[in-house]
Write a protein that binds this ligand. Structure first.
Ligand SMILES: Nc1ncnc2c1ncn2[C@@H]1O[C@H](COP(=O)(O)OP(=O)(O)O)[C@@H](O)[C@H]1O
Ligand SMILES: [Mg+2]
Length: 298
């Protein structure tokens, strides 16, 4: 039994019941908005083109009945419960900080991050900040259909660039994006630095109703996602079904040893894989809660 299958098996009893091409558009100036006091002052806004989302098979806000919307409704529920559980004792420390990662490139980290962000942004009273932390291969602006220049790397490396200068408020209500920023020769070290840790803490502490999702680099390419993971309350480990060998997944999972809550998502899964008959139209989802202070009471 693979590590993922074990994780799925462990979680099966806890699965929550399901709840009831266009070219990217250019960045445009934001009109001042007095109605969103939860946000940092943001200097720019971007339009998200729903036709472009649909073309890529991503969630289209307002289109609640699609199978992808249904899958991600299911996937977000345990993450949100861990972050905002009704009783404080059920909450995972820093559970609002969630990193989406995988062993290798191309397994669906960005696909999962963007869909989770769109799905979570549809929750009432929740706001979502989606951070493009895959600074070597940033792809969130492309996926959402806009262009971005400055971002995370600029904030971390340029003293005169501040968070509000680079945040992009999107046309999807409650969804803000922090792009990766301009390439930097020392991006690996910067991402694993104390400056990055302080920035994450600051983003976390600023608003208590905000979920912060980090689209991360692949775990086996460099060391910084392993360091990033230590700052997170929760990690979603994406595994591409039928592609990533179990030994590769296992090696990558070792980098997450210090994380209290690691949930696994089997991407591009097809029915009949013999994983216990659980099929949600595209991805299986399980959870491992093994160790660390973040592990909530069972
Ligand atoms: N479940 C899925 N259904 C449809 N397309 C997918 C799915 N998962 C990934 N893709 C597509 O596959 C490509 C690679 O996925 P991506 O999320 O960019 O990988 P990563 O971020 O891990 O490198 C993208 O074009 C993405 O839209
Ligand atoms: Mg990606």
């Amino acid at each position: 039994m693979s590590i993922i299958e074990k994780a799925l098996d462990k979680n099966r009893a806890r699965q929550p019941a399901p709840e009831a091409a266009t070219e990217p558009a250019a960045v445009h100036e934001a009109a001042p908005d007095q109605h969103q006091p939860w946000q940092e002052p943001v200097s720019q806004a971007v339009n998200i083109d729903f036709a472009w989302l649909r073309k890529q098979g991503l969630i289209v806000p307002g289109d609640q009945r699609s199978s992808v919307a249904e899958e991600f409704r299911m996937m977000k529920r345990p993450l949100l419960n861990n972050a905002f559980g009704r009783h404080a004792a059920m909450r995972v420390p820093k559970g609002r900080l969630i990193m989406i990662t995988s062993a290798l490139p191309g397994e669906g980290k960005t696909f999962t991050s963007v869909n989770l962000a769109l799905s979570m942004a549809m929750e009432l009273e929740r706001t979502v900040l989606l951070v493009d932390a895959d600074v070597a291969r940033p792809s969130i602006p492309y996926a959402l259909g806009f262009q971005a220049d400055l971002g995370l790397m600029d904030v971390l490396s340029e003293p005169d660039v501040e968070i509000p200068d680079v945040l992009l408020r999107t046309s999807v209500e409650n969804l803000t994006v922090l792009p990766a920023g301009r390439p930097h020769g020392r991006s690996t070290e910067i991402l694993a630095s104390d400056v990055m840790r302080d920035l994450i803490d600051d983003l976390h502490d600023r608003y208590e109703d905000r979920i912060i999702l980090f689209d991360s680099p692949p775990l086996l390419a460099t060391s910084e996602p392993g360091v990033l993971a230590t700052h997170m309350g929760q990690v979603v480990m994406v595994v591409e079904a039928d592609r990533t060998p179990a030994s590769t997944v296992e090696r990558a999972m070792h980098q997450l040893d210090s994380c209290g809550v690691v949930l696994t998502s089997l991407n591009r899964a097809t029915p009949g894989l013999g994983l216990g008959g659980q099929y949600y139209g595209g991805s299986y989802y399980g959870s491992e809660r093994e160790h660390g202070p973040g592990a909530p009471a069972r």
